[in-house]
Design a protein around this ligand. Structure first.
Ligand code: MG
Ligand code: ZN
Length: 218
């Protein structure tokens, strides 16, 4: 019974997500859905990304959080239009919540929309929001054993950003094991080791998202 209910929820979400996706195509907006645990570095990555590309591309941001508008305020400080969605307890964004958030934008004035999902390593991966790509960020402090423990997010993501590599000297993080597990779960996953603190590796990421945006995700 319960399985049936979950299936219906996901199917209803799928319909709205595909309507969002059609709208993004009409408006020529590339959309990335950024997912990861609380504290992985989602908002910091966004700030770095905005600073790097805001002169060349028009960026909009949707911030999904259970409560507060702290992250949207951080993004707005970079002179970028940011819309905060408070889920009021729900631990992920779905297509309908994002559709509501879109009312805060003039999509004709945006090339790239980044949606920062609620901090959570599990269910954001289950919900399409109409995005072109899912991107996940995980920090080395979360441990090298996560891909096989939380496989779905690794499976559905196009890019895996491994953040905080400046902390590697202080941790027993086995890079080979982590990469091996991640690629076992998703052989097509593009893994980029980065540090938002030092800037190491970020150029790869900037190049990837700029390329996607200029092709509108196709
Ligand atoms: Mg955040
Ligand atoms: Zn959830």
């Amino acid at each position: 019974m319960e399985i049936r209910v979950v299936k219906n929820i996901l199917e209803a979400n799928e319909v709205i997500a595909s309507q969002n996706r059609k709208l993004f195509a009409e408006k020529g907006v590339y959309v990335a859905n950024l997912m990861g645990s609380p504290g992985a570095g989602k908002t910091t990555l966004l700030e770095k990304t905005i600073e790097h590309i805001k002169g060349r591309m028009r960026i909009g941001v949707i911030e999904g959080d259970i409560a507060t508008s702290r992250d949207a305020e951080r993004i707005a400080a970079h002179a970028i239009h940011a819309v905060q969605i408070n889920t009021g307890g729900a631990c992920h964004l779905d297509g309908n919540m994002v559709r509501g958030g879109l009312e805060g934008f003039d999509l004709d004035q945006i090339d790239l929309l980044i949606v920062e999902n609620v901090g959570n390593l599990v269910c954001p991966a289950e919900f399409m929001i109409g995005e072109h790509n899912k991107v996940m960020i995980i920090s080395v402090t979360e441990g090298d054993d996560k891909p096989e423990k939380y496989p779905l997010m690794f499976q559905v993501s196009s890019v895996l950003l491994l953040n905080k590599i400046d902390l590697l000297p202080y941790l027993d993080f086995d890079m080979k094991r982590f990469q091996g597990e991640a690629l076992k779960v998703n052989p097509k996953l593009k893994i980029m080791a980065i540090s938002c603190k030092t800037g190491e590796g970020l150029d790869n990421w900037f190049r990837w998202i700029e390329e996607r945006t200029s092709k509108k995700g196709s």
